[in-house]
Design a protein around this ligand. Sequence first.
Ligand code: SF4
Length: 614
Amino acid sequence: MTQINGRPESTQISLEWQTEPARRPDPRRKVMLLFPPNWTPTMPHLALPTLTAYLRQHGVTVIPRDLNAEVFEHVLTAGYMAEAVEEVRRRFGPGSSPAEEMPPPMELVQFALRRGPWLARQVERAKAAVRSDAFFDGPVGFRSLQILMDCLQIASLPFYPANLHLQSYEAAGPVDSSRFLLEGVRDPRHNMFLDIYRRTLLPDIRREQPAVVGISIPSMAQMLPGLTAAYLIKEAGLDCHVTVGGPHISMLRDVLPDAPQIFGLIDSAVVFDGEAPLLQLVDAVADGRDLAHIPNLIYRHGEEIRVNPRKEPEKIANLPMPDFEGMPLDLYLAPRLVLPLLTARGCYFGKCAFCNVGYGEPESFSQLRAQQLAEQMLTLHERYGVRHIFFSDEAVTPRNLRDLSRILQKEGSPLRWGGCVRFEKVITKPLLEQMVAGGCRMILFGLESASAAIIDHMVKGTQLEHMSRILRESSEAGIWNHTFFFFGFPGETLEDAQETVNFLYAHKLYINSAAMGTFLMERYSPAHRYPHSFGVKRIIEHPDRDLAIYFDYEVERGMDERMAELVHDRFLESLPNKRYPQFYVNDVYRFLYASHLGDQGLPHPPWLVPETAG
Ligand code: SF4
């Protein structure tokens, strides 16, 4: 047992995570796990550490590769940038032949040629600044992040209109179309990952010879980069089983079998929780067995695509803690190491009409006990010296918030943490103060709307009275409040939207940041499954978008999609400018900024209040 804070062992909590004794490594049971771009490269995603832990616990050799972090690291170098500028000059610069179908806008080309050589010389220093305390220096952090963003824009120009940003990747075509994906994976003109993977990934797969390559695809933006890796493995004739999995693949489970051409790139797809199916897949591939018995698997069998039944999800408490060994922890673009954890799988509420939690299956919620959670956090703190933990949960339960913060306070509050919380009546002032004492520095609230009628209609299960009180008490306790909200839920009127805006301004002193958008009709959400119950006349499916998860729709009353976008854009335009917007770019930067200000004894700036000069 490990000592913490020099107190006697008997009062300490155990940091030794329960694992089964490891089996002898079997060379046939070797897996390479890939996490393709694009995901914000500021902390590891949990997909690889979660699968890695489970597979290693069962004696499988795992090589995790965060291709997302690697690609940003590869692109944001002086050498890559200099090559990109030369490529822009050769193809689009003065004297080049106008052979391109769709050349980039001339002002971008001129910017790249004028500014690119200087940016190439600055990029390494800017990366170092973003990874250091210099990030918190307003002007230095702002300049450094701007250099990285400008570099990404220039590095993307040879592949125009495809565009790699810090926060997203826009492919040159619709990534919810299997026709486009099949073209896109082999299109060197628009796919920047082909060359990067050929240089960095393929040699390693050749050398390591994994029996299975598992590609994690949590989001739609990762489809093309993920399938590009699969394509290259098949094109090179490498002898390994290629499987894909993750939330986005689970969302496609009903349409994938109707897109058999995708199975020319992959051998199988794992849907829902991947741990046990992936382990069984590794064993079946090693032993040359049939895949028919592996749960949650969609796979190619000759000319046929077969779909195996789903297995009951494993309770999170029975799974090993995420294993970050082998993740490139020094490559993330943030001033401090932040590691993600889950307190639960699924959402304990699980009813919001716009939300696809559970992917259309009855919600199976399970959570860790606060004691287990604290042990995981303290283990990571001890192993990696990490001080910041971000809970990637849908919503942490009030009970875990209370118990966890008490345990951590007893341990001397060595960690700062944050995550999503629902506006529940039981989130009281004493609880919020307890959370701060236990290290909580940021809460992300799904505010969604502040019209009581729309809150009811979307089955959010929250009340304005508690939303208002919690925002104030949370802010007064010293927590950075981040809110999510959107316009255009079916049936929402302009007056309803105005109520949301009024609420935000009425609480402007207590809200520190927000992410807003418009309603998205997402596959498997209650609004998608039961459109008429939510005032949706028609959901529009485009035949070419055979892998779509978002849909256009028509409403019976209230604002349509176009009006919701207009309201959103107008509200966005009305927001006060931030002098140092780098702190608001993503969850990790907001969280670290909140923690940094707290450590300095400085207040958290309100989001909607204009900043004074100085
Ligand atoms: S929106 Fe949040 S609270 Fe509502 S069901 Fe989804 S995850 Fe749960």
